[in-house]
Every structure is written in C-alpha cells, then in structure tokens.
Design a protein around this ligand. Structure first.
Ligand code: NAP
Length: 279
C-alpha cells in the first residue's frame, strides 16, 4: 500500500480546498530541541505551506515554563486567524503534557488529543481524529479493504495510535481486538486477523508465521536503528500478506497528509459549514 502516493493526492486535494476557503491558519508549537520532533515539525510545516495553509512555526526554548506555553496556547485559542493548533509531543519533562493538551480548544485541536475529541471518537461522532489512525483508515479505503465484518487486530494501546485506530476500525464495523505488552499470546491473536495494525515500536515484532495468508497489514511502528528506519513488521511478511504498507513510505507520509486535512476540517467548522458533534 503506497502511502506516499495516496498522501500526495490528499495533499493536493487539501490545497484545492484551502484555495476555495481562501484562508486556513495552522499554528505548530515546538518546545525544546528534541531532534526527532524538530524533523516532524519541519515536515508538517513545509507540507502545510505547500498546501497554501497559513502556517506559523512557533518554537520555544526548552527552559520555557509551563505557564508560558499555556499562555501561548490561550492566545492561539483566541486568535481568529488560527483554525488549528498542534503542540508537538513529547514536551520537556518539567511540563505537564496532559495540562497543555487539555488547554487547546477542542475545535482547534487538529491532533485530536483533547479528551472532548477522544470522547467524540469513542461515541462514534468524531470531528478531529489523530492523524496516524485516520491515515490507516484512509489507506484501507484506498485499497478497497472494507473493515465491516472483518477481524481486526491492533497491536498497541497508546492514546495517539492504538486506541484511536481501534475505535475507527470498530466504527467501520470490524470486530476489533487490542493487544498490548500483557497480551498472553500475541501470535495467536494476530493469526486470526484479516487486518493487522502494528503500533508498538519493536522492530520486526510481527513475523510471517503470525500473519494469516492474504491479510492486510499496516505498519505504524517506526524505530531508528543503525541499519536505518525499521517498522514493527518483518520484511518477510510481504510474502504472506495480501496488502502491506512499506516502512518508510507507508503510514508516515499519510500522517502528515491527514493532519493537513484536519486543519481544513477545523477551518470549515469555524466557518460554520461543518457541524461540531454534540456530546
Ligand atoms: P507507545 O505509546 O510506546 O505504545 C506502544 C504500545 O505497544 C503500548 O500499548 C505497549 O503496551 C505496546 N507494546 C509494547 N511492547 C509490546 C509487545 N512486546 N507486545 C505487544 N504490545 C507491546 O507508542 P506509540 O506512540 O503508540 O507509537 C508506536 C510506534 O508507532 C512507535 O514506533 C512510534 O514511533 C510509531 N509512530 C509512527 C507514526 C507514523 O506516522 N508512522 C506515528 C506515531 C507513532 P502497553 O500499553 O502494555 O505498554
């Protein structure tokens, strides 16, 4: 499953929507100098600008206080030019990440991390959904894999990937199993799956013998090793799976594209042409 190609198409659709809307404002906030976060924010910012989004790349030094970050978020919440706000995680250890995530106005929370957005996803009425899970579902749709009635196994239960992707699969009528570090027999769970989403961060944890022949396998895990970037899915799974995302070139590019789509959604909501889910 070519995430790069689909992401390019979504990005060009987003550019068309931005042109139609006239203005979409996105503020990204990076605190500190974590090198991986720097790369992610730079890529997101560049992609936003390319799509015609008015993107503000706000960077604060690592020693910035939690109160200062909260004040910046409050300012962005009230800024009419800004439709979407993204605070890059992880934040420096002296900060309460939850407090800052909760401070972002739910309507502008393009990452979908705020409990109101997580709650709406849980209730089946999502507005902003975390970008990586949304990208997984977009890949399935692109390749004609309808989750309805299928066995889906998600490995990982984080708030940013595992849980939301499981909720989206459930909403798409899959029968969903969520595995994690305490799962007694991971191989047995995965072997039942028509759709596998691996979001662990353990290179090669999904091996060919664990995969049902013909299954659709989505690799979200991303680990930097001496041999380069490695996914959670062993390369040899390609010989067993019906469909498989490459790593890199699968879920990574989709994450950026879906974030941009989320910014357009936020702009549409703020203009009143998209109803915000009630709760
Ligand atoms: P995370 O918060 O560390 O969560 C990892 C999950 O994997 C946890 O739920 C953990 O279980 C589970 N796990 C750990 N070891 C396991 C094992 N041996 N068997 C089964 N489950 C196990 O990580 P995350 O933020 O969800 O990210 C997961 C991976 O995706 C990372 O490699 C990250 O870099 C990557 N990622 C990629 C993208 C992308 O765009 N492709 C985006 C986001 C993240 P417990 O809950 O029991 O600890």
């Amino acid at each position: 499953m070519d995430g790069k190609a689909l992401a390019a198409r979504i990005r060009s659709e987003v550019a068309g929507e931005v042109a139609e809307l006239g203005h979409v404002g996105l503020a990204t906030v990076l605190v500190g100098d974590d090198p991986a976060s720097d790369v992610y924010i730079t890529l997101k910012h560049r992609a936003a600008l390319e799509a015609g989004i008015d993107a503000r790349d706000l960077r604060l030094p690592a020693e910035t206080s939690e109160e200062e970050v909260l004040a910046l978020v409050a300012e962005l919440n009230g800024d009419d030019e800004i439709d979407g706000i993204l605070v890059q995680v992880p934040l420096p250890p002296h900060m309460d990440e939850t407090r800052i995530t909760y401070a972002v106005a739910p309507a502008k929370d393009v990452d979908g991390f705020h409990p109101v957005n997580a709650g709406n996803l849980y209730l089946g009425t999502p507005l902003h959904v975390p970008a990586t899970p949304a990208g997984c579902l977009a890949l399935l749709a692109e390749y004609g894999v309808d989750p309805a009635g299928k066995e889906a196994v998600v490995i990982g239960r984080s708030e940013i990937v595992g849980r939301p992707v499981a909720m989206l699969l459930l909403q798409a009528h899959a029968t969903v199993t969520i595995c994690h570090s305490r799962t007694a027999d991971l191989a047995a769970e995965v072997r039942r799956a028509d759709i596998v989403v691996a979001a662990v961060g353990v290179p090669g944890i999904v091996t060919p013998s664990m995969v049902k022949p013909g299954a659709t396998v989505i690799d979200v895990g991303l680990t930097r090793t001496e041999e380069g970037i490695r996914g959670d899915v062993d390369h040899a799974v390609a010989e067993v799976a019906g469909l498989l995302t490459p790593m890199p070139g699968g879920t990574g590019p989709m994450t950026i594209a879906l974030l941009l789509r989320s910014a357009v959604k936020a702009a549409r909501y703020r203009r009143g042409d998209l109803a915000y889910p009630t709760f």
